[in-house]
Design a protein around this ligand. Sequence first.
Ligand SMILES: C[S@@+](CC[C@H](N)C(=O)[O-])C[C@H]1O[C@@H](n2cnc3c(N)ncnc32)[C@H](O)[C@@H]1O
Length: 274
Amino acid sequence: MLSYRHSYHAGNHADVLKHIVEIAVLDYLIEKDKPLTYIDTHSAQGLYALQGDHASKNKEHLEGVAKIDHSQHELLSRYATFSDANWYAGSVNIAQQILREDDKLRCFELHPNDYSMLCRNTQGDKRVKCFDSDGFKGLIAQVPPQTKRAAVMIDPSYELDSDYNQVINTLKGALQRFAVGVYMVWYPLLSKIEVQRFQKQLEKLSAAGQPVKFLHAQLQVRKPSPGMYGSGMFIINPPWKLKNQLQEILPQLVKQLGEPGKGASFSLSTSKGL
Ligand SMILES: C[S@@+](CC[C@H](N)C(=O)[O-])C[C@H]1O[C@@H](n2cnc3c(N)ncnc32)[C@H](O)[C@@H]1O
C-alpha cells in the first residue's frame, strides 16, 4: 500500500523546479498549431488546497512557491499565474490551464484517495482521461499517441527503490515506440547510491541507436546532507529555448530558495551538441 501523499508537499522547492520546467515545455509545444497529448504517469490530485489539513501541516510551500520573487524573470511571473494563496496547481492542473481544446491529457494515479480527488478536480474537462492504474505500464500503452506529438511527465514519489529502475526501463520501452516525444523526469537528490546510479543511467539512454538529446538540471537548496537536499529534472528532446531559460532561472532559484549559508547551488548539463 502506498503511503506517500503529494498534498503534504505541494508547492515545495522540488515542485517549483518541476512545474517551471513543465510550463516552459508546454508553452513551447503549443506554439505549433497541431494537437498534442500530455501524459502524466504519476498525477496525484492535480490541484492542491494550500489551506487544507495536509498542506498546512508541514507548510512546505512556504519554503517553495511562497518565496518566489516573480519580478525577476518572465518565466517566474508566468509560473505565478497558475496558483494563488489557496490553491497550488500540480502537474495536471498546469497542463489543463495551458493546453488547447483539441489537445488530450492522459493521467495515471494509483492511490485511491488521490485518484478520486484527481477525478473530481478534472471533472467536466473532456480532454482529460484518468486511470487508476500503473502509470509506467500506462505510458507504454499510450505511445505512440494518435496526435503524433506528446509531452510526458514522469514524477514518481520514489517511495520504493524499485521506482528508479522502473523509470529507466519504462523510458527505454517508451523511446523504442516513440523516440520523438518530450519526456520530463523528476527525481529527488538524496545521499543514496540508487540516486547516483540513476543519474548516470538517465544520461546513457538511447533511442533508435542514437544517444538521446537531453537537458539535465539540478537545484540543491543546501549542500548534500541527510534528507532531500534538492531535486533534478531530466528532459529528453527539450525545446530549443529551454536551455537558455534554465540558465537564467536556476541562479534565481538558488538565490530565492536556497537555505542561507548552507551551500545551495545548481547544475545544468546537456547531451553533446545541444
Ligand atoms: C510526486 S506525486 C505526483 C505529483 C504530481 N505529478 C504533481 O506534480 O502535482 C507521485 C504520485 O504517484 C502515485 N503513484 C505511485 N506509484 C504509482 C504508479 N506506479 N502509477 C501511478 N501512480 C503512482 C502516488 O500515489 C503519488 O500520488
